[in-house]
Unconditional design. Structure first.
Length: 204
DNA sequence: CAGTTACT
DNA sequence: TGCA
């Protein structure tokens, strides 16, 4: 049973047990050998993000001086993104049974000092499907608010194995990661946190 | 345009 | 927490 922080913002604590987390992380490691983490940059300014990224699935989210977009290939290797692990498709089918299949899984790696400022996920053509995110590794201080940048926000601690869904009236909610709590998980050998974000990109 | 950072 |  999820905790509904606000309409459409669903927190599934410990949705994945330790064994499932380890199995999923191994699959993500395999993806990263084919599609290595890269450092995205901000449009126009070229400022690097503190998180590093990769993707799996037919489409991947990238950001560079030209802007934000989804594309079918890795920006450095120019090769297609690896397939999405079936276990992620299964998770989507369980938690978002009404939605069309996910097309993108963005893999964000947070080193201990990495952060993600408050933003919306709005580069998709269809906002009817939810955004599903899986936390692996160190606990993160996650902030979520409403559809405008100003306005009240709440913050919660997302731990390894937690799943968070932004759906319905919260699909365009502003959200971000204030900081990690280093050393809170031993799942990731090198420390830090992997966040997997599943999205439907094109209209169903 | 922006998932940025700095400062209060 | 909110603003530039």
């Amino acid at each position: 049973m999820p905790l509904e922080l606000q309409p459409g913002a669903l927190w599934f604590r410990e949705a994945l047990d330790r064994a499932a987390q380890a199995a999923l992380l191994a699959e993500i490691r395999a993806v990263l050998t084919e599609a290595p983490l890269f450092t995205p940059t901000m449009p126009r300014s070229g400022q690097p993000f503190s998180v590093r990224m990769s993707n799996c699935g037919p489409l991947g989210w990238v950001s560079d001086v030209a802007g934000y977009r989804y594309q079918s290939f890795h920006p450095e290797t120019r090769r297609p993104w690896p397939a999405m692990p079936p276990r992620l498709m299964d998770l989507w089918n369980r938690l978002a049974p009404e939605a069309a299949p996910p097309e993108a899984c963005l893999i964000n790696y947070y080193a201990p000092e990495a952060r993600m400022s408050l933003h919306q996920d709005r580069d998709e053509a269809d906002f009817t499907a939810p955004v599903l995110s899986v936390s692996l590794g160190d606990t993160a201080v996650f902030r979520v608010g409403g559809e405008t940048r100003r306005g009240p926000t709440r913050s919660i601690h997302l731990a390894s194995g937690d799943v968070f869904l932004l759906s319905g009236p919260s699909r365009l909610a502003f959200h971000g990661i204030d900081r990690l709590l280093p050393g809170t998980s031993r799942l990731v050998d090198e420390g830090g946190r992997f966040n997997l974000t599943l999205r439907r990109v094109t209209a169903a």
